[in-house]
Design a protein around this ligand. Structure first.
Ligand SMILES: [Zn+2]
Length: 380
């Protein structure tokens, strides 16, 4: 059972929340912004637990020491019925809001629609309507909007009134990666709490403590820019071995057709994994979307090798992402000059966009293979 004191590397965010709670002025609408896997969701859940706990605040002992001792911030007791229900995901006043809720919408038309965005219909039925009803257990209601970056314009406009003046006892926590993707009107009505990437060496140590080998731990810590959550996810998918082979093949880049076939195979494998992961989470992921996500992940891994080569070209050889495969950056650096490396990286990013425009995956991978092998002028 987690408490706000256990969230690491986010002292500034936790400090601001604590100070607001102590002063009794926790904003009713909070915007948790930052990269994935650094504690935004965990903090939102623990904060919700603190707000819903029947005994939060009792733990503090400041009164014993007189008024000059700072009041300790409230903490969830972890033992009451409310805390237990939050932990088990069954608290009636804790409402996670996410785009896949569309599958449970009253309107069959909404249920049948493809959901790329967090739509106005979902926001109305699963946030605005229940926010207007009295809490089941009397302590208030907390709504956690996941991937708020995906809120449609209409959904954000519909939310404005609730954000500005939520019904008494209602707290809204919007979780997003990039605040810039939200409408200014949404941003201005919520208190921004920034979550920072965690230091790489700290993440690497945590991953190593979780049983991941040193070289792999360092790689994921660097690749995800300090995200424990994403690192663990990639590790569980077995993507480290894939990454190593992918870069070795990119360097060899001899048999185009074979490389293409291998890339297609890897994409299919990862795609099936993503579909089954989604299923385990009780969500549905269309094969086409899973395929594109898998391809994007592989391209990102591939690009990391070319970025390293570019770093090497720029004299930054000490900060390689793929420090576990230094030969890769060396070899790519020998094959391509800096301008060409930048071209390749841009080209690979373009392939990713093509995937979203439904260009045939095999065609794209064939082009990726050619790009990796392309006979650019060798550096003298
Ligand atoms: Zn409690």
């Amino acid at each position: 059972m987690l408490s706000l004191d256990d969230i690491v590397g986010q002292d500034e965010a936790i400090g601001r929340l604590d100070a607001a709670m102590v002063s009794g002025r926790l904003p009713h609408a909070l915007l948790f912004a930052g990269p994935e896997g650094v504690g935004r969701r965990t903090t939102a859940l623990v904060l919700a637990k603190t707000l819903l706990c029947a005994r939060a605040g009792e733990a503090g002992g400041a009164a014993l020491f007189g008024d000059d001792v700072p009041t300790p911030a409230p903490r969830a007791c972890g033992q009451c019925d409310d805390c237990r229900m939050v932990d088990s995901g069954s608290h009636p006043d804790l409402h996670p809001v996410y785009k896949e809720l569309a599958a449970y919408h009253d309107d069959p038309q909404v249920r049948g629609r493809k959901m790329q965005q967090l739509s106005i219909e979902v926001v109305r039925q699963f946030l605005i309507a229940p926010a207007g009803q009295a809490p089941s257990r009397g302590r208030g209601k907390v709504f956690i909007v996941q991937q708020a970056d995906l809120l449609s314009r209409g959904a954000q406009n519909a939310l404005l009134k609730t954000l500005e003046e939520p019904p008494p006892g209602v707290t809204l926590i919007l979780i997003c990666r990039h605040v810039e993707q939200l409408l200014p009107t949404t941003r201005s009505r919520s208190a921004l709490i920034r979550f920072r990437p965690l230091p790489r060496d700290y993440v690497a140590r945590r991953l190593a403590a979780a049983g991941i080998d040193g070289g792999e731990a360092d790689f994921w810590a660097a690749f995800t820019d300090g995200s424990i959550g994403r690192s663990l996810q990639y590790h569980r998918r077995g993507l480290y071995a894939t990454k190593r082979e992918l870069l070795d093949r990119a360097v060899a880049a001899e048999a185009d057709d074979e490389l293409t076939d291998w890339l297609v195979k890897q994409m299919d494998k990862l795609s099936r994994q993503l579909v089954s992961e989604a299923k385990d989470d009780g969500a549905a992921l269309a094969d086409s979307v899973a395929g594109r996500r898998a391809a994007a992940a592989l391209l990102e891994l591939l690009v990391s090798g070319f970025r390293d080569a570019l770093r090497l070209a720029g004299g930054e050889g000490s900060s390689l992402i793929n420090a576990d495969q230094p030969d890769v950056a060396e070899a790519l650096h020998r094959r391509f000059d800096a301008v060409r490396l930048a071209d390749v990286i841009e080209q690979l990013a373009r392939f990713e966009q093509l995937l979203w425009r439904n260009v045939n995956a095999k065609t794209i991978w064939a082009n990726v293979a050619v790009t990796c092998a392309s006979a650019a002028p060798l550096r003298a």
